[in-house]
Design a protein around this ligand. Structure first.
Ligand code: IDP
Ligand code: MG
Length: 149
């Protein structure tokens, strides 16, 4: 089982998409093992997006992600990192396929609704930024014998 870090961004929360997104994650068969609504502090945002510090959009990205509540999650399942990236769609909603979260609900790269870690290594790094080990809940979903062969 793999874990991935997922965050519904301020635009997703403000646009009333929390339920829709959580529902898609549940319906996929993935297990949400941590979830909390938060205001992201500036230093946490800078750590989270450290790889983009040199980019022209960095300041706007930090201002945006700290501007309003986000929903932070850890999602677990077989190939959870790839599964969540595929469900989220391309970074720019203009390029994202219909059926993906960004493809269905977004239009602008700076308002692309959801963050999902891009690799198992990024996932581990991001989970450690946003959650403590004790906050990750170990359990199984009753339907998992029907999700996995
Ligand atoms: P990802 O979210 O699909 O992993 P990244 O390249 O890691 O995409 O970029 C992080 C976030 O920075 C994007 O989700 C998007 O919100 C923002 N971003 C990326 N590229 C641009 C851009 O060219 N202009 C404005 N914002 C951008
Ligand atoms: Mg990224």
């Amino acid at each position: 089982m793999e874990q991935t870090y997922v965050m519904i961004k301020p635009d997703g929360v403000q646009r009333g998409l929390i339920g829709e997104i959580v529902s898609r994650i549940e319906q996929k068969g993935l297990r949400i093992i941590a979830m909390q609504m938060r205001m992201i502090a500036n230093d946490v945002a800078r750590k989270h997006y450290a790889e983009h510090v040199e980019k022209g959009f960095f300041k706007l990205l930090i201002d945006f992600i700290t501007s309003s509540p986000v929903v932070c999650m850890v999602v677990e399942g077989e190939n959870a990192v790839t599964a969540m990236r595929t469900m989220s769609g391309a970074t720019n909603p203009a390029d994202a396929s219909v059926g993906t979260i960004r493809g269905d609900f977004g239009l602008d790269v700076g308002r692309n609704i959801i963050h999902t870690a891009d690799s198992p290594e990024s996932s581990e790094r991001e989970i450690a930024i946003h959650f403590t080990g004790e906050e990750l809940i170990k359990y199984t979903r009753a339907e998992e014998t029907w999700v996995y062969e």
